[in-house]
Design a protein around this ligand. Structure first.
Ligand code: SF4
Ligand code: ZN
Length: 760
């Protein structure tokens, strides 16, 4: 253990704890101890404090014992003479630092100072970039602040199944804007979340990326937390919540939470620029989690000891990194970070002239930045994946039939059709739509390319930047070829892609594609639970809800919305020992409630004997369990003789007296709770939606988000149920957030639930 680091970290910890105490006293004197302290959109209070002390901080006064906790684990700065080179003191001080930092953020929230407004005050800004329109648009907005629970959940499955390896917390400011962009791009290409905070002499990597016009936000996996070191507490709070949410751990289980992070959460701290005392102290906090710090400056290192398997603090002075220029040095710096944390990242090499990775999926290409578009208002674009005979497909063949976009004027549009033909011994026609839907994700992975929609309403844009780097039509083929082999190699042996821009050829294939879409629609619409012999299980979420099993049938999709029956079937073929297993239905014990002997046996066995019976079509009797990923929660409102459906996107109060995040605690965890159920959005449109309890007509309240985003589908349901105005009769948060407001609304609209047989 370096005495230099220990001294500086301990000094930083003492200072920040004293600062937190001072700020708290001041805030309590000014605002009173009952002033609320709350991070945005989370049910985990101040998560680091909750995780490690079990304290539920909700007002300023609650922070007083937290500061006492921090002071108790502080150690004095080592004297010159006596020095015990123990890591322990430094780690304790690191933990004290985290408690103090989160307390400070809590106090700032109480004062309305968080999330931080975006400002360049006191920082060096070249005057030219300051006037760029993007920067002016940014000024006055706020940075991200803590990550929402919704977002934590949305990333959860990807973190759990390894598609997203973890996160990099970048603190400080890079050598140049160019280097900042390169570092972030390298991380994005590996699907690593990029968390930004800190500054060096007032200038932050957040400023650097803004100046370069890099899009930041949940969609691009780049989260700007705050321009000071204290904001580093947000990524650590995210890690703490991951352990609570996905690790099934309880607040206060400090040791288990740290171990979970060490072994399950791949993360590291990248310190750019000069490291001051507070950064040393915060790094010591991160080391508690098993997250190493890599610095691009000269600092003493903390190398592996007998107890630890990898380095804690690594120094990699930027200018000493071998490389022909700064961009190459940035690349190597990121590689080193990944090696240090020791993670295997599976990336499919996609040979195209622009960066590629899922992190680019959410990128938008604005009209002004667009070179050319296919589909949208002025042209047509379709995509069609079909299974062909083995000999009819030439693996790796990519053809463009018709002209490229060279002659299209800038910001113009043209017609295009993408036809993917695949062959494989395990390929089935049923998989066509599942694979075809991947085209959206695959193409969106290219930086500077935007893909929206599917089938014959696809809409693709190529940015000017991508076109300048040499992106051409054939590159769509290269992407699809590489990804279908990489991700679906188990069912696909050969892939051939043809891009049609020639008018006549394109029309010819569009007609064929439309025939296929039509055939599939009919087949899917015809598919009922009665028409198949097997349902599928999904146990993907058992890594964090060990007793939960999703039973997926043609008429009931998985509660996360990500897996329907066909997806599960395909997934089983791709990975026969994976989380999606066929479940023989066995004897139907009750067709109304949807009780099947085979389902009961499977669920009993795979829930570790905790669930004996599941009814597929009821919320009242043995409803299906839930992990925590549900898109919606349905809950009975006894007074209204019906149910309400709250969607994850809806933060408002519901007539049950609880918000989504509070309800989530009741619905999740793999327990059966009659009257409460988590489910996927599209289950709402199924004929089997709580059909045993009266079906969709029972819905008396529904988040307006669902009404709006599923307007078309819900209208069709209302018509099917013989009550075309039904959606209008259903209340939402805009008209009722209590039962007292709900009942008169239902009366006035004549909602059918009021006259249906009693639920109880
Ligand atoms: Fe988890 Fe169920 Fe979705 Fe599978 S279907 S990922 S078990 S929520
Ligand atoms: Zn889940």
């Amino acid at each position: 253990m370096s005495r230099y680091i220990a001294t500086r970290a301990i000094r930083g910890a003492n200072l920040i704890v004293a600062e937190a105490e001072r700020m708290l006293k001041e805030a309590i004197a000014e605002l009173g101890p009952d002033t609320p302290v709350k991070f945005t959109n989370t049910a985990y209070y101040l998560p680091v404090i909750l995780a490690f002390t079990g304290r539920e901080v909700s007002k300023l006064g609650d922070l007083v014992p937290v500061i006492e906790d921090a002071k108790r684990i502080l150690h004095p700065i080592p004297g010159d003479k006596l020095w015990l080179p123990y890591l322990g003191e430094t780690l304790d001080c690191g933990m004290a630092t985290l408690l103090a930092e989160e307390a400070i953020e809590g106090i700032r929230f109480a004062r309305g100072l968080e999330p931080q407004p975006i400002t360049w005050e006191g920082s060096y800004i070249p005057s030219t970039s300051f006037t760029s329109p993007d920067m002016e648009a940014q000024a006055g907005k706020r940075l991200n602040g803590p990550i929402d629970d919704i977002q934590l959940r949305a990333w959860g499955i990807q973190l759990v199944d390894g598609r997203m390896p973890g996160f990099a917390a970048i603190v400080g400011c890079a050598k140049s804007n160019e280097v900042a962009v390169q570092i972030v791009r390298e991380l994005q290409q590996r699907n690593i979340l990029v968390f930004l905070c800190g500054n060096v002499n007032g200038r932050s990597i957040i400023h650097q990326l803004m100046e370069e016009g890099v899009e930041m936000g949940y969609d691009t996996y780049i989260i700007p937390f705050g321009t000071d070191t204290i904001a580093a507490i947000y990524p650590l709070g995210f890690a703490a919540r991951s352990a609570l949410t996905f690790g099934g751990l309880k607040p206060g289980q400090a040791r288990e939470i740290l171990l979970y992070n060490k072994y399950r959460v791949f993360a590291f701290v990248l310190a750019l620029g000069e490291v001051d005392d507070l950064k040393y102290a915060t790094a010591a906090g991160a080391i508690n989690y098993g997250f190493p710090t890599i610095a691009d400056t000269v600092i003493p290192q903390i190398l592996p000891t007998g107890v630890t398997t990898y380095e804690h603090v690594i120094s990699m002075p930027f200018d000493d990194i071998e490389g022909k220029d700064d961009l190459e040095r940035a690349k190597k710096l990121v590689q080193r970070c990944i090696e240090v944390r020791g993670v295997k990242i599976k990336i499919t090499e996609v040979p195209i002239p622009v960066p590629y990775g899922s992190a680019f999926e959410g990128e938008r290409v604005r009209k002004a930045d667009m070179r050319v578009e296919f589909g949208g208002k002025y042209s047509r674009c379709f995509e069609y994946l079909k299974m062909s005979d083995f000999d009819a497909v030439e693996d790796g063949k990519i053809t463009v039939v018709g002209p490229g976009f060279e002659d299209v004027p800038p910001e113009g549009s043209m017609d295009m059709g993408i036809v993917v033909e695949v062959a494989g011994r395990k390929m089935q026609e049923d998989f066509e739509p599942v694979l075809e839907r991947q085209i959206h994700y695959f193409i969106n992975g290219a930086s500077g390319i935007q893909h929206i929609g599917q089938r014959d309403i696809a809409w693709i844009r190529i940015s000017k930047a991508a076109a300048e780097k040499g992106f051409k039509l054939e590159h769509f083929g290269k992407i699809l070829y590489a990804r279908f082999h990489g991700d679906f190699g188990a069912i696909v042996d050969k892939v051939q892609v043809t891009i049609y821009t020639d008018k006549a050829k394109m029309e010819e294939w569009l007609a064929k594609a439309r025939e296929a879409y039509d055939r599939r629609n009919r087949r899917l619409a015809d598919m009922t639970d009665e028409s198949v012999e097997e349902f599928y299980s999904c146990t993907l979420c058992q890594s964090f809800a060990p007793n939960h099993v999703c039973v997926v049938s043609p008429e009931r999709l998985g509660l996360c919305g990500a897996y329907n029956w066909l997806d599960c079937k395909a997934s089983h073929q791709i990975n026969p020992t994976g989380p999606n297993q066929p479940i023989r239905k066995g004897t139907c014990e009750d067709p109304v409630y949807g009780i099947f002997s085979g389902v009961n046996e499977f669920v009993y066995q795979h829930s570790h004997q905790s669930v004996q019976q599941v009814s597929m079509y009821s919320i009242m009797v043995n409803p299906m369990t839930a992990c925590g990923c549900f898109e919606c929660i349905a809950m009975v409102i006894p007074e209204a003789n019906g149910i309400m459906v709250v969607s994850r996107e809806d933060p408002s109060m519901t007539p049950a007296g609880m918000t989504f995040s509070t309800l989530a605690g009741m619905a999740g965890g793999g327990l059966q709770t009659p009257g409460v159920m988590g489910h996927g959005k599209y289950y709402l449109t199924s004929k089997k939606f709580i059909s045993a309890d009266g079906g969709f007509k029972r819905v008396v309240w529904m988040s307006s988000f669902l009404k709006e985003t599923m307007a078309e589908e819900l209208k069709a349901v209302a018509e099917r149920e013989g009550d075309p105005d039904l959606i209008d009769k259903i209340a939402d948060e805009r008209v009722a957030t209590t039962v007292d407001e709900l009942l008169p609304y239902l009366e006035e609209k004549g909602h059918p639930a009021l006259t249906m047989p009693p639920l109880f």
